[in-house]
Design a protein around this ligand. Structure first.
Ligand SMILES: [Zn+2]
Length: 334
């Protein structure tokens, strides 16, 4: 099983519309052991590095049965890695292989307030699914998923403003289901003029901001419709907030940016300048850049008449104060 799971992870990890950086996690069950992706590791690295940690499965199942969703997984043997924050989510799914992804073609719908009604229309009857309202990743989310799954027999769980979980007998069966979901839910991105990556950095606040080297991401500043959405439709899902912060830093022009930054105690790492481009301070990590690309990919797919639902300040606050997420962030800076 391990080889097939590793091959699945390495392949999915290379698809930016399926996996972004350290996002997503995969597990398989082997007797009383749950092999789960380690926190902060990248699925794309599965073939080159050992990204899985073995944990005791019976202990987790007993905790779920007792309603103890804040249980700490027990790692078997010696490993410097920590099991994924979503370990319990994987343990409570009965299937041998469980995959959780922030797949863009699915996520683009999960930020729509009425996604459940849309899925009832769009998804084939062969897919057995349940939907769970937004919950903070970790114990709260595991509890909600456990309650939604009880008695359902579902193999797909949609997490509002977050992602999808698929359980199956094998990685091949997961791939087949994922392909079916993506085919049914694919959205044509909104057309728009291709943006060029600005040729030159801008200097503001006494420092240099480099253009983010991604023409898609640049559209967030040069496309007036997308730029308008940045302020009200920023915090759409957890990883976006954890990696890119609670709010975007917006300016109407390079001169306005210069004036605004002169007032700041701490300079923002990432700035959006209307019509001019998206810029970041040197050191803006790859992990953050792929999150930003994911955000563009989700936003550019909001082409229907749906109502985009952003996370509220309470939800954003609990994400940013979260110790396990800080740990994940510290890994992403390496
Ligand atoms: Zn997730």
């Amino acid at each position: 099983m391990r080889d097939a799971v590793v091959a699945f992870c390495a392949a999915a990890g290379k698809e930016p519309l399926l996996v972004q950086g350290a996002g997503g996690n995969v597990s398989w069950k082997d007797g009383d052991t749950l092999w789960i992706k380690a926190s902060g590791t990248w699925l794309a690295d599965a073939a080159e590095k050992d990204i899985f940690v073995p944990v005791e499965l019976a202990q987790l199942r007993a905790a779920v049965a007792a309603g103890q969703f804040d249980v700490k997984p027990v790692v078997r043997g010696e490993s410097a890695l920590r099991p994924s924050i979503e370990t319990l989510l994987h343990a409570l799914m009965p299937q041998p292989v469980v995959v959780h992804l922030h797949a863009v073609e699915v996520l683009a719908h999960l930020v729509d307030a009425d996604f459940v009604a849309g899925f009832e229309q769009a998804l084939p009857a062969s897919i057995s699914w349940v939907a769970v309202p937004y919950r903070k990743p970790g114990a709260d989310l595991a509890r909600a998923v456990s309650e939604a799954l009880t008695g359902s027999g579902a193999s797909v769980v949609f997490l509002q403003n977050h992602g999808v979980v698929i359980g199956a007998d094998s990685p091949a069966a997961v791939t087949a289901m994922l392909d079916e979901l993506v085919a049914a839910l694919r959205t044509q991105p909104a057309p728009g003029a291709t943006a060029a990556v600005p040729a030159a950095p801008i200097e503001a606040g006494g420092t240099v901001y480099e253009p983010v080297p991604d023409a898609g991401v640049q559209r967030l500043a040069t496309d007036p419709v997308l730029f308008e959405r940045l302020s009200s439709q920023w915090a759409l899902y957890p990883d976006h907030v954890v990696f890119l912060g609670a709010f975007p830093y917006l300016a109407d022009s390079p001169a306005a940016l210069e004036a605004a930054l002169a007032q700041e105690q701490a300079l923002p790492e990432l700035v959006f300048v209307r019509g001019a481009g998206v810029f970041a301070r040197p050191g803006f990590s790859t992990a953050k850049q792929v999150q930003l690309r994911c955000y563009f990919d989700v936003l550019v797919r909001q082409t229907g008449h749906g109502r985009v639902l952003a996370l509220g300040t309470a939800e954003i606050g609990e994400l940013l104060d979260w110790d396990a997420e800080r740990y994940r962030m510290s890994l992403s800076k390496q």
